[in-house]
Design a protein around this ligand. Structure first.
Ligand SMILES: [Zn+2]
Length: 152
């Protein structure tokens, strides 16, 4: 079950510099674009590359879309002749100097593509500036943090 969080609020359960993006629920209101023109294609493309590169915090179950009229339907992203199941992980994206991280549900790709959700500009910039060949890993960052925190 997705818990609604305001965009750019602090990501819970950690002292790390992580911020929420795209944690929508059925009551969320958001700036939206027209999904019938293809203005969102570039960011959807880039987010798909990021999704294929690394999924962070895989969930135990499958989250479905709170905005779709049909409830409890699994959401797939169709790209490159493949179906990618969404609602099972997060996407973590650092800012340019890696001092901040944005954490979004993978369903954000569906929200942008099908519901016209427009993420905050600062996030969009980081998505486009993200180097797909970097060694940076959200999962590794989180593991290092946990290891240090609980080291005796
Ligand atoms: Zn939906």
């Amino acid at each position: 079950m997705i818990k609604k969080q305001e965009d750019l609020s602090k990501y819970s359960n950690t002292e790390l510099n992580i911020y929420n993006i795209g944690w929508l629920d059925a009551t969320s209101s958001f700036a939206s674009h027209n999904t019938s023109n293809n203005s969102s294609n570039d960011i959807v493309e880039q987010l798909t590359y990021i999704l294929k590169r690394e999924r962070v915090n895989l969930t135990r179950g499958i989250d479905t879309c709170p905005l779709c009229p049909e409830k409890n339907r699994k959401i797939y992203l169709n790209r490159d002749d493949k179906e990618h199941l969404l609602g099972i992980s997060e996407l973590w994206i650092p800012n340019d100097d890696e001092t901040k991280v944005f954490a979004a549900p993978d369903l954000i790709i569906h929200y942008i593509n099908d519901h016209g959700y427009v993420p905050p500009r600062v996030f969009v910039d980081c998505v486009f500036n993200f180097d797909l060949n970097t060694n940076w890993s959200g999962a590794n960052m989180y593991e290092r943090f946990i290891a240090e925190k609980y080291r005796q």
